[in-house]
Design a protein around this ligand. Structure first.
Ligand SMILES: CC(C)(COP(=O)(O)OP(=O)(O)OC[C@H]1O[C@@H](n2cnc3c(N)ncnc32)[C@H](O)[C@@H]1OP(=O)(O)O)[C@@H](O)C(=O)NCCC(=O)NCCS
Length: 160
């Protein structure tokens, strides 16, 4: 496991990022339904399985404020690159840089592991997710048809 320095101070609150624990799964699924209802209504079966798998493999980070989980993000390692899974932030805490911090922490873990690239993807209709990647130094490098059901997806990458 790669150590992540976990305390981030913003002017009005402090949040922590840590690895998810098995006992977090109920909170993660609750936050998932709240954060991305248009997606979760169709995909809970896959996401529950993926969430449990990611926690078990220490490939899930959570962000907390006063111990309450307000965000989480997945990753996994494929040969010499990291693949980013979904990232969620509670709608009440958006646009405060928390999603970006969850992304930066995963990039930092990839760097510490000596990986060469970070690859991500997002639904072509998810404009916010696309901008969030661009803002954090990712560039569009591919396109996958029907990755998520009928929706196409952009592939995004960042060199380390
Ligand atoms: C995508 C998500 C994780 C971003 O979290 P966040 O904490 O709000 O993100 P940040 O505050 O770090 O924003 C980073 C950048 O993303 C872009 N962005 C974020 N929210 C945006 C919005 N509502 N409209 C336009 N751009 C937006 C901006 O470029 C922003 O930088 P800026 O605030 O300096 O302009 C969050 O919106 C979310 O949980 N969405 C639902 C789930 C989802 O789509 N996840 C991504 C799947 S790949």
């Amino acid at each position: 496991m790669v150590f992540i320095p976990d305390l981030v101070m913003k002017s009005e609150f402090a949040y922590r990022i840590r690895y998810a624990k098995p006992g977090d799964i109920t909170d993660l699924m609750r936050l998932y339904r709240k954060s991305y209802p248009q997606w979760s209504v169709k995909n809970t079966k896959y996401d529950l399985r993926h969430t449990a798998y990611s926690i078990r493999n220490r490939e899930a980070l959570v962000t907390t404020i006063n111990g309450r989980i307000i965000g989480y993000a997945f990753f996994d390692v494929v040969w010499n690159y990291m693949h980013l899974g979904s990232s969620y932030v509670d709608p009440e805490y958006r646009r405060l840089g928390i999603g970006s911090m969850q992304l930066k922490k995963r990039v930092e873990i990839a760097r510490r592991m000596g990986l060469r690239k970070v690859i991500s993807d997002c639904d072509v209709n998810n404009k916010v997710a696309y901008r969030y990647h661009m803002k954090n130094g990712f560039r569009k490098c591919g396109y996958i048809r029907h990755l998520f059901g009928n929706a196409d997806s952009f592939v995004l990458s960042k060199n380390l």
